[in-house]
Design a protein. Structure first.
Length: 189
């Protein structure tokens, strides 16, 4: 089975994630997706044969809405999602506005992004630079500009587009990947 098909199968068999995808689709904006740790953890839980989902720190929702790049708009979107699915820890980031706040948060200025795909391609690890969305026919669609190999090979590798070596090291230490998923390999280069 192709990795994309396997990802779609895993997502479709994960009830909390399908509820979350329906919530994202119902409150808009069109094209918004769930990605990063929510997808990585779901796939790695499946690959490790875990029957229970790993705890979620947040459910990362990405969209690309250049018309309103304020953090208040992200917060309003989070509230609409919480109204539909209050038990999920939503975190919305409009990729069109990342350049506005990124330097203050991470100490590095970044240029404006041109698309949702470009935003996903900039996420800190290759195995988390993946997002999914649900179309009007309930089909899961995949955004994976860096591919799916590291996700399915359980590899944690720094995406140099945005993540410095120090940031990557801190993330790996904080996330404790190998403790949660023993098959994970961390590539430090």
């Amino acid at each position: 089975m192709q990795q994309r098909d396997r990802l779609i199968e895993i997502v479709g068999a994960t009830p909390w994630l399908m509820r979350a995808l329906r919530a994202v689709r119902s409150v808009g904006p069109a094209g918004a997706c769930i990605g990063a740790g929510a997808i990585r953890s779901t796939v790695w839980d499946s690959l490790h044969g875990y029957s229970e989902s790993s705890p979620r720190a947040d459910v990362d929702v990405a969209c690309f809405e250049p018309g309103d790049i304020s953090r208040q708009a992200d917060a309003a979107y989070e509230q609409r999602l919480a109204d539909v699915e209050p038990d999920l820890p939503w975190e919305v980031v409009n990729q069109a506005g990342v350049h506005v706040w990124y330097e203050k948060a991470f100490g590095k200025a970044v240029p404006p992004l041109c698309s949702l795909e470009e935003g996903v391609a900039s996420w800190p690890e290759t195995a988390t630079a993946i997002a999914v969305w649900l179309d009007a026919d309930d089909c899961v669609r995949v955004v994976a500009p860096l591919g799916l190999e590291d996700l399915f090979d359980c590899v944690v590798r720094r995406n140099p587009t945005r993540a410095s070596a120090d940031m990557f090291r801190a993330r790996v230490e904080a996330k404790r990947y190998s403790e949660r998923w023993p098959r994970v390999r961390i590539i430090w280069e």
